[in-house]
Ligand binder design. Structure first.
Ligand SMILES: [Zn+2]
Length: 538
């Protein structure tokens, strides 16, 4: 899961960079690096009961937030007692006194460093001491380790540890169940309550995967283990209150059905497009109405892939949720200002959120296009290309996503966008991802793409570092780059793939100058949300 989220974030290129020297900034400047955005959406298609449930979910989410404070920091009163407004604000963003975007450095003078296991374990516990503890439940994702009055370690389940909060949440969830008209959601909530009380989430994760036709979704409970830097075991409480985007979700389902016919038209040699792509996928678009706990701390998640339980994944697969309004918030606050630094002002008007969102969505769908098994007897592409696989697979999904949306525009299946808008937004998007360098797979993928497009003249750069796209050549570049990647995957020649990426996933001096310009432009690092019943009028 961790990987998936990171990849998804990279796809949208919304990692943050240390644009300014964070160590020299005042807390006020650090707070101001987070652009404030309202979280809302159109709720008019929901029933009264559904709207009421949303309000209840928000109330439950706030309780998850309270539990997360206890997990990530401890006693929240320490924050409430702060007299400096900016310190208070920054503590709210970070759920504590450590700057998450700056290697967890404490931003309150003299405050202690973050313990690697935060509050999940006693701060003075050693790994040896933990290893000696004779209780299998110590390895659970849903337990904490405490000391008794004699200093001896013991294990305590989450329900017992956070009982007061969880019981309050359960009362509210039962109210939601009473007014819930959707059978799948009802079953899920019933199972989720049981899970919260028993620290066993399997049945509720299964029920969540079975819930297919609900307008609402509610991701709630202890889920990710990022905060446990000691053993990577313990999970953090969080909640997402979500409303499905009915139009996008429906058209995605339709586009996935078109994959086999799009596969036949791929611009590559016949032998690399013999496979028939699958048309099963649980990929949906949502607007988020509330973030709470773990997912609301510092950098905000804009795509979810759950559940994490591999047993559930084997039985039911997983669900991918794309969070559209949160993505738009970051697009407006972060992506547009980046692009304004490098793209010809006459072409800026082609770059818009709908095209951006299409690029992201079709990237996800395009992972299903192309080839999964080499035609050279080298087995699955993933295995054959080894460490090079991720970069090539991400590059393939990028360019085939663009190919796909352009095909659908030609076929008039997509009518709200033009090919030029999608291409311009795609090219602009390269800069977002390249900022993160060549270490990470998606950064490498984008660098290879940038260099290929540059070589064939898909864009030109003037002496001031302003790029102008040549659309005819860009269309040829899409075909050429697709063909090259599909061949690379189909042949599965690791040496060749490694050689190509070594030579082409490089940042030239000229490109570095452009990236420096972007990094010095004082662009926000992330967003914070104004959210809740009031914002939504609930
Ligand atoms: Zn991807």
């Amino acid at each position: 899961m961790k990987k998936t989220i990171l990849i998804c974030l990279a796809v949208v290129g919304l990692y943050t960079t240390k644009a300014q020297n964070l160590n020299n900034m005042t807390t006020r400047e650090k707070v101001e690096q987070y652009a404030s955005v309202k979280l809302s959406t159109d709720l008019s298609f929901l029933s009264d009961n559904e709207k009421e449930m949303l309000g209840i979910f928000i109330d439950v989410a706030k309780i998850m937030d309270d539990i997360y404070w206890k997990q990530a920091f401890g006693d929240k009163r320490e924050v409430n007692n702060l007299t400096d407004l900016w310190n208070y604000e920054f503590a709210q963003i970070n759920y504590g006194f450590w700057d998450r975007m700056n290697d967890w450095k404490p931003f309150i003078k003299g405050y202690k460093a973050k313990a690697p296991g935060v509050t999940f374990y006693p701060e003075d516990m050693t790994k040896e001491e933990f290893n000696k503890l004779n209780d299998e439940r110590k390895n659970s994702q849903y337990s904490v380790i405490r000391r008794d009055k004699n200093g001896k370690l013991f294990v305590k389940g989450y329900y017992e540890e956070y009982k007061e909060d969880i019981d309050k949440a359960i009362v509210l969830l039962n109210k939601a169940i009473e007014i819930c008209d959707n059978e799948g959601m009802k079953k899920y909530l019933v199972e989720r309550i049981k899970a919260l009380k028993t620290d066993n989430y399997f049945a509720s994760d299964m029920a969540w995967m079975d819930m297919k036709d609900s307008n609402l979704d509610f991701v709630v409970g202890p889920i990710e283990n990022y905060d446990d830097e000691l053993f990577g075991l313990k999970t953090s409480f969080e909640a997402f209150v979500l409303v499905k985007d009915p139009v996008w979700s429906k058209s995605l389902a339709k586009f996935i059905q078109l994959l086999p016919s799009l596969q036949k038209g791929l611009p590559c040699d016949e032998k690399f497009k013999q496979e028939v792509p699958g048309t099963e996928s649980d990929l949906n678009v949502y607007d988020v109405l509330y973030y709470a706990g773990d997912c609301n701390a510092a950098g905000k998640t804009i795509a979810i892939n759950l559940p994490n339980d591999e047993k559930v994944q084997l039985a039911k697969g997983s669900r991918r949720l794309q969070l559209k309004n949160a993505m738009k918030a970051k697009f407006d606050a972060i992506v547009v200002p980046i692009v304004e630094q490098v793209i010809n002002p006459n072409q800026m008007k082609l770059i818009n959120f709908d095209a951006f969102f299409s690029d992201v969505m079709f990237h996800e769908v395009a992972h299903g296009l192309g080839i999964k098994n080499t035609i050279t007897g080298k087995g699955p592409v993933r295995q054959a290309l080894q460490g090079e696989y991720s970069a090539y697979e991400e590059a393939k999904a990028d360019v085939l996503g663009l190919y796909m949306v352009n095909e659908l525009i030609k076929r008039k299946e997509v009518t709200n966008l033009t090919e030029e808008q999608c291409i311009a937004t795609f090219v602009a998007g390269l800069f977002r991802s390249i900022r993160f360098g060549s270490a990470e797979a998606h950064g490498r993928a984008n660098l290879m793409c940038y260099n290929y497009f540059e070589k064939v003249g898909a864009f030109t750069r003037d002496n001031d570092g302003i790029y102008t796209i040549n659309f005819d050549k860009a269309k040829k570049a899409i075909e050429g780059w697709s063909a090259l990647l599909l061949e690379m995957e189909g042949m599965g020649d690791y040496e060749k793939a490694a050689q190509y990426s070594k030579e082409n996933a490089v940042i030239s001096d000229v490109l570095q100058k452009d990236l420096d310009k972007i990094n010095q432009a004082g662009i926000p690092v992330d967003v914070v949300f104004e959210q809740g019943r009031k914002v939504l009028g609930l």
